[in-house]
Design a protein around this ligand. Structure first.
Ligand SMILES: [Zn+2]
Ligand SMILES: [Zn+2]
Length: 541
């Protein structure tokens, strides 16, 4: 059993414990253990067998017992029991209808229904109103939602990393291709789709309905089915005739506007053949947002990236040491890594004082000795204070190789004040890069009011780069803003803002977001060797 499989089972256990009103701390402990196991460098199954698994952080005797059961029998009996009792099918449909998981379980208990179909039948019989707390209004709303089931409706999208895991897993299980928003690397994915090729669609449709990810089927045609996950997320499967697979893939990849401009699509077995028949060059999916028929530019590639310029360690809120982060970056084939921990004003977590920065410098020097010729850069993610000054004195910043400036608190400042605050920081001669400029947290906090046009002008003048932050809830700059930055002549940096060694994997999300903004390697600073990156003059003054 592989680490990620073990972690998935623990996550499922945690989710069901939450639904079942278990002690919230227990559920959280299982989630944390799942996270540790996903990050673990060794095979956890082996650690369990050799009795060493408790050496991992957060694994106590209780979780160890579950792990032993899972590794030895392939299952956790209590998890299987909970899955039966709590009817994930019902919970999935409930979430899709806008009910919390707890509410769905309650509904099931009161109505004595266990499946999505039984819930539909109960609703049709007018029994919903028997449930305490459901009045005629809520009943009408639920009936209406049930009638509209399967119709697309606005709902918060999934974060790109979660959507990729979900859709990628389904595509792999069915031998198909991920399509929809995931294939275009949208920052928030709403249209989740998988395309398969088969002359006879029935076995594929049946396998889809049986997948552990799919808890209920909402809609089924001859070659298309819409399922819903336990989180209430709709996923579409298209089973194309093999000679039309390419056509179906282009169509399911979207966007609607892009596809509409290509119609009528020729029938073709693969995507390349579709484009040949249309007599236009193949278009990378991440550029398919608007009508586009000409040659795409040579976009930046993950392999072009020579180093990561923003990550955290245990000195602030990261989970790995300087040396562990650096080794992991080296193993990824990078030439350099900048350690950019927080400064005190960040508030919620520990930040580094000027003294800490010097002490960390000694640790970084040791890592450089151990890992040469790999280079660990002394960096900082320095808070921009409300008045635009920086959270560390200039003489400290002057010692560092790489200074990221960041707004954390005060994202809701009015446009003029916020822009002035950031402008002031960009004028500091030691600042090299502005982190997550628009400050959004996808689904939780909208973009701030920062005037990017003004910031681009000043960044260009001061030779400060703008970050494309690869944290899945950030992806900031967004693809659209990258495109504006590039048009303005501003350089960008693709960074992960990793807080663990596994976090360094998010570079692909940053690079794909930059590609959505039409970035080529020349636009991205960290495609360059370290020397040319550090030697470049800062401000023109
Ligand atoms: Zn930050
Ligand atoms: Zn950071």
């Amino acid at each position: 059993m592989q680490n990620h499989e073990i972690a998935d089972r623990l996550d499922a256990f945690a989710a069901l414990l939450e639904l079942g009103d278990a002690n919230p701390y227990t559920a959280r402990a299982y989630r944390r253990a799942a996270e540790t196991i996903r990050d673990a460098p060794a095979a956890v199954a082996d650690l369990v067998s050799s009795g060493r698994v408790r050496e991992l952080r957060g694994i106590g005797p209780g979780i160890e017992a579950r792990l032993r059961e899972l590794v030895e029998t392939g299952e956790i009996a209590e998890l299987a029991e909970l899955e039966g009792e709590l009817a994930p099918d019902l919970v999935g449909l409930g979430r899709y209808l806008g009910l919390s998981a707890k509410r769905s379980v309650e509904l099931g208990r009161v109505l004595g229904v266990r499946t999505a179909d039984e819930l539909r039948a109960a609703a049709a019989d007018g029994r919903l109103r028997a449930v305490p707390g459901i009045g005629p209004k809520t009943e009408a709303r639920l009936l209406e939602a049930l009638a509209r089931e399967g119709e697309p409706r606005p709902r918060p999208g999934l974060l790109l990393n979660r959507a990729r895991e979900l859709v990628g897993g389904i595509a792999a299980a069915l031998g198909g291709e991920a399509a929809g928003d995931v294939r275009r690397w949208r920052d928030s994915c709403e249209e989740l789709a998988v395309v398969c090729a088969a002359a006879d669609p029935r076995p594929v449709l049946a396998r889809f309905a049986d997948l552990p990810q799919i808890v209920a089927v909402l809609e089924q045609d001859e070659r298309r089915v819409l399922g819903v996950t336990v989180d209430g997320v709709p996923v579409e499967l298209v089973v194309a005739e093999p000679e039309r697979f390419g056509t179906a893939l282009v169509r399911a990849t979207g966007s609607q506007a892009y596809v509409a401009a290509l119609e009528p699509l020729p029938a073709a077995p693969d995507e390349q053949a579709v484009y040949r028949a249309l007599e236009i060059p193949w278009c990378p999916p991440e550029l398919r947002e608007e009508a586009f028929r000409t040659s795409p530019p040579a976009l930046v590639d993950l392999a072009d990236i020579r180093g990561d310029l923003h990550c955290h360690t245990t000195w602030s809120d990261g989970r790995a040491s300087v040396e562990d982060m650096a080794r992991s970056a080296q193993q990824r084939g990078y030439e350099y890594l900048a350690i950019c921990d927080h400064t005190p004003a960040v508030g919620a977590v520990r930040g580094l004082s000027a003294d800490d920065v010097r002490r960390q410098g000694e640790e970084i020097a040791a890592a450089n000795e151990a890992l040469a010729p790999f280079r660990v850069l002394r960096g900082i993610e320095c808070d921009i204070l409300p008045d635009g000054s920086l959270d560390l004195p200039d003489d400290t910043l002057a010692e560092l190789d790489w200074v990221q400036a960041s707004v954390h608190g005060g994202q809701r400042m009015p446009r003029r004040e916020l822009t002035k605050r950031v402008e002031e920081a960009l004028r500091n001669p030691y600042v090299r890069c502005l982190s997550h400029p628009k400050g959004r947290i996808i689904n939780r906090r909208p973009e701030n009011a920062l005037d990017l046009t003004r910031v681009f002008e000043l960044a260009l003048e001061q030779r400060v780069a703008l970050e494309v932050n690869g944290l899945p809830p950030r992806l900031d700059l967004s693809g659209e803003h990258v495109r504006d930055a590039i048009r303005a002549g501003v350089e960008i940096v693709c960074s992960t803002d990793a807080h663990s060694t596994r976090g360094l994997e998010n570079m692909v999300l940053s690079v794909m977001t930059a590609r959505r903004g039409w970035a080529t390697p020349a636009h991205v600073l960290n495609t360059r060797p370290l020397r040319s990156l550090l030697d470049r003059p800062r401000a023109t003054t």
